[in-house]
Design a protein around this ligand. Structure first.
Ligand SMILES: C[S@@+](CC[C@H](N)C(=O)[O-])C[C@H]1O[C@@H](n2cnc3c(N)ncnc32)[C@H](O)[C@@H]1O
Length: 209
């Protein structure tokens, strides 16, 4: 990859759009014991590696593959990281719906951001007791909310550029604006988020089965 191109991709998609989401990962690190994370459909969103020592990224996108192959990305992470260990960053240029070659039940955190039903296809890689972070953009938070293998445990809200965690009134989430039954079939059919009366930026679940 051309010198500086990797960083310019991260800058373009995350820094310039004020969308690094660093505060979100920092809260997770504070609240839960997370050493390693799996991020399917990551594209070039390498921010989790600033916070978690070991992260596996998965994407079918070719520029994402080039980005993770670029040694300057590792230099960039080592400047930004908030932990003492060396960073372990792996990338699989694979479809996350197929076998990604990682051991089952081996990750503390599964990250699902704007990339489809990761809570379903990659559940097997998450430890029982591990955390799923999902937004509702592609319907994945909705999917997890009706999956009895996950327990809904909290939300993250972004206000004035800061993230805040809440575990209060969890019953008041996932209430559709238009009354309708949200089923797996419905979510697979619409392939996008459901409009809810409350819309936090992200939802947290614990894998319980
Ligand atoms: C909209 S981008 C989101 C990127 C990143 N998660 C973020 O929040 O900035 C969606 C990414 O998911 C990837 N993706 C979608 N389906 C995938 C699949 N089945 N396997 C691997 N990557 C996938 C796409 O290639 C794309 O890079």
């Amino acid at each position: 990859m051309k010198k500086g191109l990797a960083f310019s991709l991260y800058k373009k998609y995350h820094i310039d759009r004020n969308d690094e989401r660093l505060g979100m990962f920092s809260i997770l690190k504070e609240k839960y014991k997370i050493n390693n994370a799996l991020y399917p459909g990551s594209f070039v969103h390498i921010t989790p590696s600033f916070v978690f020592p070991s992260v596996v990224y998965v994407d079918t996108n070719k520029p994402a593959k080039d980005f993770f192959n670029d040694p300057s990305v590792h230099d960039f992470v080592s400047k930004k990281k908030s932990y003492d260990e060396d960073s372990v960053i792996s990338f699989h240029h694979k479809d996350y719906r197929k076998n990604i070659g990682e051991p089952i039940e081996s990750f503390d955190l599964l990250i699902s951001q704007y990339a489809g039903f990761i809570s379903q296809f990659c559940k097997k890689y998450l430890k029982i007791g591990g955390i799923l972070l999902a937004n509702s953009s592609h319907g994945d938070a909705s999917m997890a909310s009706i999956d009895t293998d996950y327990k809904f445990i909290g939300v993250l809200n972004k206000r004035r550029n800061k993230y805040a965690f809440s575990e209060k009134n969890l019953d008041s989430y996932f209430i559709p604006k238009k009354p309708r039954e949200v089923t797996r079939e419905y979510l697979e059919k619409i392939n996008r988020g459901v409009g809810y009366t409350k819309s936090p930026s992200n939802y947290l679940f614990r894998r319980i089965n």
